[in-house]
Design a protein around this ligand. Structure first.
Ligand SMILES: Cc1ncc(COP(=O)(O)O)c(C=O)c1O
Length: 421
């Protein structure tokens, strides 16, 4: 069960009225449901029941310390993309043997930090990186465990900025080069090869895209084993899409005319791909980010002004692209709903922020129940790539973060003050 729903006309997170949070903590503010984070994590783990696997939460999706502690407590691992994320993951209680380190440009000090902390593996992206890791491992008199990230040139139906698995993208090495690179790496004295890694993009919603990637991986694993390259792990990455449209429903809310995401769940996507991936006959790793935290979070904001434009109405709110940049960066869709639904006509509006950028919007040409100055709105499904991508642009303090647990809520990150800017 999802944790945000309208009870009568009031939007609730778990047992708390979101209007109470807005009134007590102010806006803009991110709100997270603790139970939602736990549930999404468990749903994934349940799909893997009986399968040798490790889910490593992609810390980049939301690195709030309380959320990290919560996920570490679930016993899963973490995938980090920098020394900062690694530090945060270790501090939150993820055990180092469940941490993977991904990224196309790892610095020497980051590699050294990873090796000194004896993390499970580094997902490497080039032959030169393997050499550098080998040298740093030699200096530390240790061995580095690596997986080679392979780019299978698989196009996905997501936004071009979050497609990572085609030959035009900077990520991984081509399938044609993988075997030779690994044959040379096997001979390196301070390198242990665990397997191969792939991550084809984010917010992928078609099972067939994942199945195509899994088929390519399995074929490569067989080829590599025939060449005596040891493969004990396949890391399939993350990218499992989530439903953003029509996430909360009510008879007073409009329904999106096209909703291709209606049946998108991580459980469905993973269930479709696991039979193929299992043919690799080894430990399976995944690195889900969005699919664990997107539905857990919303951005609360308040209507500052209504403005009639030429042929359209602007709803100007107190949150902006500095708080949630996904719509501006990727033209991402977020459902925007009033926290309290009145029986009023729907109107077509642009929901925009206060920043000096035309790209500062949350919804364009969107049908919504009519709202007035002072009304609170929720930008739904903002738990992933929300606060982590926030900034102080236009001299705006970052918003507060609030955690809901049952009937209680508490501020877990104070709103930045003007003095902290
Ligand atoms: C290497 C890697 N793994 C996992 C993820 C997480 O992706 P998602 O949040 O779509 O699950 C990312 C995100 O970009 C990534 O780059």
């Amino acid at each position: 069960m999802e944790q945000y729903r309208f009870i009568q006309n009031e939007l609730k997170c778990e047992g708390v009225n979101l209007r109470d949070i807005a009134a007590s903590c102010g806006t803009p503010a991110y709100v997270y449901s603790k139970q939602s984070v736990i549930d999404h994590c468990r749903w994934i783990e349940n799909v893997f029941e009986g399968i040798d696997h490790l889910s490593c939460y992609a810390v980049k999706a939301n690195s709030n310390k309380d959320i990290l502690r919560l996920l570490a407590h679930q016993g899963i691992g973490a995938d980090v993309g920098s020394m900062g994320e690694m530090h945060r993951a270790l501090e939150a209680g993820f055990s180092s043997e469940k941490i993977t380190f991904s990224g196309v440009g790892k610095r020497d000090d980051e590699i050294e930090f990873a090796l000194r902390n004896n993390i499970m593996s580094l997902n490497v992206e080039s032959e030169e990186e393997i050499t550098v890791i080998g040298e740093i491992a030699r200096g530390l008199k240790t061995r580095a465990r690596i997986l080679l990230r392979v780019n299978f040139d698989i196009a996905s139906e997501t936004h071009p900025y979050i497609t990572t698995g085609t030959r035009k993208n900077k990520f991984g090495v081509s399938q044609a080069l993988a075997k030779d690179i690994l044959l040379r790496a096997v001979r390196q004295p301070y390198i242990d090869i665990l397997g191969i890694h792939s991550h084809i993009g984010s917010q992928i919603t078609q099972p067939s895209t994942f199945v195509a990637a899994a088929q390519a991986i399995v074929q490569l694993v067989h080829e590599l084993r025939s060449a005596a390259i040891p493969i004990s792990q396949v890391n399939f990455g993350g990218g499992f899409g989530v439903q953003y449209r029509d996430y909360v429903r009510h008879s007073l809310l409009p329904v999106e005319p096209e909703n291709s995401e209606a049946n998108v769940t991580t459980v469905n996507l993973l269930s479709a791909v696991l039979p193929t991936l299992r043919q690799a006959n080894c430990k399976l790793l995944i690195q889900p980010g969005r699919s664990i935290v997107a539905h857990a979070g919303i951005l609360l904001t308040k209507v500052l002004y209504r403005k009639k434009g030429e042929g359209k109405t602007f709803i100007i709110v107190d949150a902006g692209m500095n708080d949630l940049i996904r719509p501006s960066l990727y033209q991402s869709y977020h459902q925007v709903v009033p926290l309290f639904l009145r029986n009023v006509p729907h109107e077509m509006v642009d929901v925009v922020g206060p920043l000096c950028e035309t790209g500062d919007f949350f919804a364009l040409d969107r049908s919504m129940p009519k709202v007035e100055r002072g009304d609170y709105l929720a930008v739904m499904c903002a738990g992933a790539y929300g606060y982590v991508l926030s900034s102080n642009y236009n001299g705006r303090p970052r918003p507060a973060e609030v955690m809901v647990d049952g009937n209680q809520f508490q501020i877990i990150t104070e709103r930045e003050s003007i003095q902290e800017l």
